[in-house]
Design a protein around this ligand. Structure first.
Ligand code: NAP
Length: 289
């Protein structure tokens, strides 16, 4: 751990995206740097897809110790990494880069880990022996399916474009099945965890209620429902399932937990997700004063 001392070198970390200015990651990392009295800089790096290859080559020279990577650079970061975690290799995407002392770049993907930490902290659902239905088969859904399978869950994927769900399922020899879009509601009733991993319900996109793939689910009293979207905090999906009796876990906690492994690698402290951090992140989404 590098304690805050005047004149000491300040490790540079940050978030890489295009755009990057909207990212909540600086709020999270600044909160932890201050909370643990650590020396460090956390900056947004807004780099275009055309320039990101050159940027990766400069990380060591610039003194960058680590990066959170967001859209659209997760595949480019995967390709640029010298070494990869097992889960990044399986998912073929990277959201966390760590630059070693000799300039070697390690890539990891922490979205699925952050998702599961949040669910198991905020609800009684457990992956080991559990069954989950996920709507969506994009990048985030792929990372979550991987983590759930690793942790011992059965997963059903329902996606508008069935081929993308099938491509994720094909990574595993067991534990993952592909359902229709929308799925048979009876299938959903057999799952203890329902996940919206699509962009349906993001701020600025008001979905047509008749299009929503969860509309025909009627029984949700014994279900935990969670969304990856955190703006708005209570999405159309969560409101609908809450009305049907489900316990609700919002998407903000995943965002906070997925940041922990990178911070620990860069600073040597496993940071805590606290109510105070959650409130600070919420203020940046405009849902709290
Ligand atoms: P992505 O790779 O672009 O995938 C988008 C998914 O949404 C695909 O499954 C896509 O289906 C589906 N979709 C989009 N429009 C749709 C429509 N009109 N009808 C039905 N399905 C539709 O995105 P991603 O990176 O996985 O992100 C997904 C969501 O998770 C985003 O809202 C993102 O902000 C959120 N997220 C949150 C966190 C967190 O920490 N809380 C982390 C990562 C992502 P098709 O395959 O058919 O196109």
């Amino acid at each position: 751990m590098t304690k805050l001392e005047p004149g000491a070198a300040r490790p540079i970390t940050g978030v890489l995206g295009w755009p990057a200015a909207h990212s909540r990651s600086p709020v999270i990392h600044h909160y932890w740097l201050k909370a643990y009295g650590l020396n460090g800089v956390y900056a947004p790096f807004e780099i275009s897809p055309a320039e990101v290859g050159g940027f990766f080559k400069m990380l060591h020279v610039l003194g960058v110790r680590g990066l959170n990577v967001t859209t659209p650079h997760k595949q480019a970061a995967y390709a640029a990494a010298d070494t990869l975690s097992e889960r990044a290799r399986r998912v073929e995407a990277v959201n966390t880069l760590t630059v070693g002392a000799a300039g070697e770049v390690h890539g990891d993907i922490t979205d699925g880990w952050g998702f599961l930490q949040n669910i198991e902290t905020e609800s009684a659902w457990r992956a080991k022996g559990g069954r989950a239905l996920i709507f969506g088969a994009g990048g985030a859904a792929g990372a979550i399916v991987d983590q759930l399978v690793e942790a011992g869950a059965q997963v059903v994927i329902s996606n508008r474009t069935r081929e993308k769900a099938a491509a994720i399922a094909a990574r595993y020899t067991h534990s993952v099945e592909v359902a229709a879009w929308p799925p048979d509601p009876a299938l959903a009733h057999d799952c203890g965890l329902l996940i919206n991993g699509t962009t349906l319900g993001m701020l600025g996109h008001t979905p047509d209620p008749s299009d929503l793939p969860w509309a025909r689910i009627t029984r949700a009293e014994h279900v935990v429902a969670t969304d990856l979207i955190y703006a708005p905090l209570e999405t159309a999906f969560l409101a609908d399932l809450r009305g049907k009796g489900a316990a609700i876990v919002d998407g903000l906690g995943m965002l906070l937990h997925q940041a922990r492994p990178g911070f620990e690698r860069w600073h040597g402290v496993d940071p805590k997700v606290t109510e105070e951090l959650r409130a600070a992140a919420l203020r940046t989404t405009g849902y709290l004063p």
